[in-house]
Ligand binder design. Structure first.
Ligand code: DQA
Length: 147
């Protein structure tokens, strides 16, 4: 199995740090990338960290992850709540996907309570801010068979 984790971020997550900090915190996406890299390195894993505002690009990256990554940490942003295409893409993958949200989507507006990703994710982490990404990297690293 390749020793790389993908961390894929969807729309508007490039604005972290300035976007509704009372909900999403003050950490920037670059800060989150640094924290993920440190945690992955502790498990001797490489990290490929990306962000896009395009739904189709997220899907292309998920396809690419199959065969290239040992697992995927995915924060799909608002596409979580709208994208059957994401559901289908993840369903077709053979690598595990951990869904992450900075905020607790179940404590927010009703339209955020449904996720198309959760039924096809290995697990879901939400409400722990930037730490959720580190928890997801840890979970995926520990899913790997011992070498
Ligand atoms: C989010 C939650 C989504 O509902 C929202 O659309 C986002 C960010 C989160 O990380 O809390 O863009 O995925």
């Amino acid at each position: 199995m390749p020793a790389t984790l993908y961390v894929l971020n969807g729309p508007n997550l490039n604005l972290l740090g300035q976007r509704q900090p009372e909900i999403y915190g003050r950490a920037t996406l670059a800060d989150i990338e640094t924290a993920c890299r440190e945690q992955a390195a502790a498990f001797a894993l490489d990290l490929d960290f990306r962000q896009t505002n395009q739904e189709g690009t997220l899907i292309d990256w998920l396809h690419e992850a199959d065969g290239a990554a040992a697992g995927v940490v995915l924060n799909p942003g608002a596409y979580t709540h709208t994208s059957i295409a994401l559901f289908d893409a993840i369903r077709a993958l053979s690598v595990p996907v951990v869904e992450v949200h900075l905020s607790n989507i179940y404590a927010r507006e009703a339209f955020r309570h449904h996720s198309y990703v959760s039924p096809v994710a290995l697990g879901v982490i939400c409400g722990f801010g930037a730490q959720g990404y580190v928890l997801a990297v840890t979970a995926l690293a520990q899913q790997r068979p011992a070498s």
